[in-house]
Design a protein around this ligand. Structure first.
Ligand SMILES: [Zn+2]
Length: 251
């Protein structure tokens, strides 16, 4: 038997696995450039996906305000359309708003036309509420596809992934999530004890203030974990930045 009959499916499976890995791996640049880190070990970009969520986002805004923290909210277009006033409040408090598609599909399985449409409709929902267009885009589930680069370029959006995805949507307890977020403080402490190296970079933390399946998802563990960590992060010298500040202003 010709060995290529056996090798071809194996090679195809390997290639498919590689493409799938590159489509999801946060630091992958295969499907266009992505911002994967902040530009300084002192800068922590805290990001929230899947809102706005009337059950959680107002409490989160209070918490961030008490700790003088700015963050970036990657919102789902259909939720932004349902709650434009909440979106305006998030923006008015100095947080940045980013695009997270209109209905939260897996882009790895979306056609070029669906991809463009999802990004455009979310942009329209945001600009309808805020009269300004977002600059940043986060792909749902972290999945990208080969035509995302042209869709984001057409809308002037930069793709943002993360350095830490602690899985707050399935946190069983506050303590579990607090522990999962621990690497942020560990990185900052390590950076403090090292001479400043060239090309060092800081964390982008991906949390959730909503749920893509249902509106009003409970994210109280996320609030509790932030209540625990925000003062401690400040104590180790971290500065909280929006995505704009994460990539543009000097360290
Ligand atoms: Zn999401």
């Amino acid at each position: 038997m010709n060995p290529s009959f056996i090798a071809a499916p194996a090679a195809l499976a390997a290639a498919t696995a590689l493409v799938a890995y590159a489509g999801r791996y946060p630091a992958s640049q295969l499907f266009g450039s992505a911002i994967t880190r902040t530009n300084s070990p002192r800068k922590l970009a805290i990001t929230f996906d899947d809102g706005p969520n009337p059950s959680i986002t107002p409490k989160l805004l209070d918490l961030l305000d008490r700790h003088k923290t700015h963050a970036t909210f990657f919102v789902i277009g259909k939720y932004a359309q349902q709650h434009p006033q909440l979106l305006r409040e998030v923006s008015a408090q100095g947080h940045q708003i980013g695009n997270h598609t209109h209905t939260h599909p897996n882009l790895f399985r979306s056609s070029p036309m669906q991809t463009r449409d999802e990004l455009q409709r979310c942009n329209d929902a945001i600009s309808g509420a805020l009269q300004t267009r977002p600059r940043f885009f986060r792909p749902p589930f972290g999945w990208r596809n080969p035509w995302l680069a042209s869709a984001t370029r057409a809308l002037n959006l930069q793709v943002v992934t993360w350095t830490l995805l602690p899985g707050d949507w399935h946190a069983p307890t506050d303590a579990w999530l607090i522990h999962r977020i621990r690497p942020i403080a560990d990185h900052a402490a390590r950076a403090n004890h090292r001479p400043v190296l060239k090309n060092t970079s800081g964390d982008i933390l991906c949390l959730h203030d909503g749920g893509h399946r249902v509106q009003n998802a409970d994210r109280s563990h996320t609030l509790a974990a932030l209540e625990h960590w925000l003062p401690r992060w400040r104590d180790v010298g971290l500065e909280f930045v929006t995505m704009d500040e994460a990539v543009t202003t000097p360290a």
